[in-house]
Design a protein around this ligand. Sequence first.
Ligand code: GLY
Ligand code: MN
Ligand code: MN
Length: 529
Amino acid sequence: MTDDRAASTHVATTPETRAQADASDSMANRSHNRTLRPESTTFSKFMLTGWGEEEADIQPLESSAYTARRLEELGQRFPGERLVIPAGQAKVRNDDCDYAFRPDTAFAYYTGLGQDYEAGAVLVLNPVAPGSAEAVQGKTHTPVLFLHPRSDQSTQDYYRSAAYGEYWVGVRPGLEGIKTMTGIDTADIAGLEDALSKDVGTEEGAIRVRVIRNIDPEITSTVDAIRTAGGFDNSDATASDDDTFYQFASEQRMLKDEYEVREMRKAIAATHEGFTRMLEALPEARGKERGERILEGRFNANAREQGNAEGYGTIVASGAHAPTLHWMRNTGTIHDGELLLIDAGVEVDSLYTADITRTFPTNGKFTPLQRELYSVVLKAQKAGFEAAQVGATYSDIHHACMRVLAEAMHEWGILPVSVEESLSPEGQQHRRWHACGVAHHLGLDVHDCSQARYESYQGATIQPGMIFTIEPGLYFKENDMLVPEEFRGVGIRIEDDVLMTENGPEWLSHAIPKEIDEVEAWMAAAAAK
Ligand code: GLY
Ligand code: MN
Ligand code: MN
């Protein structure tokens, strides 16, 4: 299949087709020398006739019952200001091939749009006029979602625009459809710049604009230019305003609503299924070249079947690969008698992701040494669960896990100092074998809320409604000459997802086995299939 994106250049006659043609044009240059494009008027007319109606099946999204509250909360924080939240553009993978589009997380949160809706779209919150009927009702903003209209059979772009034309990409919901899905008013993206610049200025009663930067560079520079034209001449100050906006958008996601919790449960259930499918494939994969990839393929196929995709690069790390924290190459052979660390999560269609790690004995039974090391990690994780209470901090979880690990390291004789000295800020020798964190917020992003301020994240107390991971491990590199030979090339992590409630942590991923006997039974059942 070769795409004919250049064809739209000669037909841009309305603002709509111009906007779409512009988007297509930049693509066009990527392929203009390798296709033969029919340009005749006869062809153009022919392509606009003889098509039956085509409509997408559009329903309100379940999230649409929740977005109004999210938008209100955001608006309350920035009254009187225009807020700009881009979805982002498709990213080039190579040449004229793009990655599957995934909207930016803030956009997904405030619109409820998941999957590949909708490249190039921009959510704008316009401040209501003081004294207006909306203001009297307590509203601060009216949201409008700017996007590309449908390029259906009535438009030349239908077959000329490879980016938006429905001949190329299938039926799109368009302005009406997205309004039905999200409950947010929609407008043609062609009117975005005018809408963004309206009444912007520094004088009394004029409007300030904030944008989530680094998502869509074109939107960021448009907003910057509008601010400069409006008299905002301190770019550092406006960039700092934008950072505050981004921080707030990140922090707002810390407390999950019921819908989000339901989506997380779905993501975890789909991830459980993905792990089972990998275990079913393990007997066949063991001993084969690139066996890790065989398992990765099983997990990722399941993620695509049940959800949008995997929520982050799947880690399948056997033997000496397991202590490599971000082993995503997955090119290794899975040998008999090793430990196999798998860290994987399904991202469901709403874009919520699970984040689960389990560590397996490759041939189904833990050896005595593997049992001993695994039991320490499990004990550390249970200590982390104990520490995870309302009012505690992430640091409390960290310290609880680290104490168990440091004590075990001391018993094994590998810690060069006492447990207390290692646990002190001046020591930390135990971190040689655990360099990563043990807990993080989880939701639309695997490391959700990561733009939050320190005092709202690491330094803040855990509250009901937060969803996070608890994930201690032990990582002994193959070339670590300071540990016994039999420890070398062993990596173990146990990672679960929890929801904080008034009564303590709810273990959302409890159905995914982690006790030694349960893991062995799970592996045996999967292998027997
Ligand atoms: N899978 C990434 C993490 O555990 O944080
Ligand atoms: Mn994690
Ligand atoms: Mn993980």
